[in-house]
Design a protein around this ligand. Structure first.
Ligand SMILES: [Fe+2]
Length: 287
């Protein structure tokens, strides 16, 4: 586990979410006609302009389209310019094995991060070779143990050598796959398959303030099952909500920021590229 404390408690913690970058080994690689490296760099430039002092970056999966070392290394090199630590979880297009063999990603693999009186819980929902997600027994136990540690002053995880003295009071849960069914007909089978087990654990604990994910490449901010859910657009292509068959949305690449207040409140918004022309293959039947 990583911890970070800050002397300045007058302002909330600023968390940045980057998701579904879909980078390729070849920087010229394009997903349905869109150069993913170019749009990613432009989003990181936007973050640099808008976010002078971020506390942490979470990368919520589908970081590479082709699970290549080169794509992961380029991701790490690019976000290093933002001068904030990052952590990650794999998506269905990623390889956790390759990621953990890439030094910058190995160092940034964290199941849980404590920021002030908040904990960020990172859950791996990837299933090798599958598009849908599943939480293994290990991940479910990790979620349960992390949430059980909140409020008690007891620290979850084994590495407490640098642990904060501060008590965890609020939790933010991050995963790649949508735990609530997607908003388009074609998405119905690609989400988290054991979502009920996930929701049952959340229900048993009262520190959860938000659930954060990507995967379905669109903006969502809603309440369900007594929880607040945030879905964040991709830094490349977007999926059209509310349709039956696969369709691309022409909205621009984006990222999301969160302000995590010490009293448990969350403020959040999605920021998109401006003056960017989305050129994609609109006849595509899938990705
Ligand atoms: Fe994706």
């Amino acid at each position: 586990m990583q911890t970070k404390t800050r002397d300045d408690r007058a302002r909330p913690l600023r968390l940045i979410q980057i998701t579904d970058t879909h980078l390729y080994r070849d920087p010229a690689g394009a997903l349905l006609g869109l150069n993913t490296q170019d749009s990613f760099v432009q989003v990181v430039d936007l973050i640099a302009r808008q976010q002078p002092d971020p506390d942490w970056i979470v990368a919520t999966g589908d970081i590479a389209q082709d699970a290549s070392v080169e794509a992961y290394q380029r991701f790490a090199d690019t976000i290093a310019t933002l001068n904030a630590p990052f952590c990650w979880i794999p998506g269905n297009h990623d390889s956790r094995r390759v990621m953990t063999s890439t030094p910058a990603f190995k160092a940034a693999f964290m199941e849980r991060v404590q920021l002030g009186n908040w904990q960020i819980i990172m859950l791996d929902t990837s299933v090798p070779g599958e598009v849908h997600g599943l939480l293994s027994d290990h991940e479910l136990a990790h979620l349960e143990a992390s949430l059980a540690s909140a409020g008690s002053g007891k620290r979850a995880g084994s590495d407490d050598s640098a642990a904060s003295e501060q008590r965890v009071e609020h939790s933010l849960v991050c995963l790649h796959h949508n735990p609530i069914p997607g908003t388009a007909g074609w998405m119905q089978d690609i989400g988290l398959h054991n979502a009920q087990a996930f929701l049952d654990i959340l229900k048993r604990h009262d520190s959860v303030r938000g659930v954060v994910y990507g995967h379905i490449h669109q903006t969502l901010d809603f309440e369900a099952h007594g929880q607040r859910f945030y879905c964040t657009p991709s830094t490349c292509i977007q999926f059209k909500p509310g349709v039956e068959d696969f369709a691309l949305d022409l909205r621009c690449p984006a990222y999301r920021w969160f302000d995590l207040h010490a009293d448990g409140r969350i403020e959040s918004a999605v920021e998109r590229l401006q003056d960017y022309t989305v050129e994609v293959d609109q006849s595509a039947g899938g990705y």
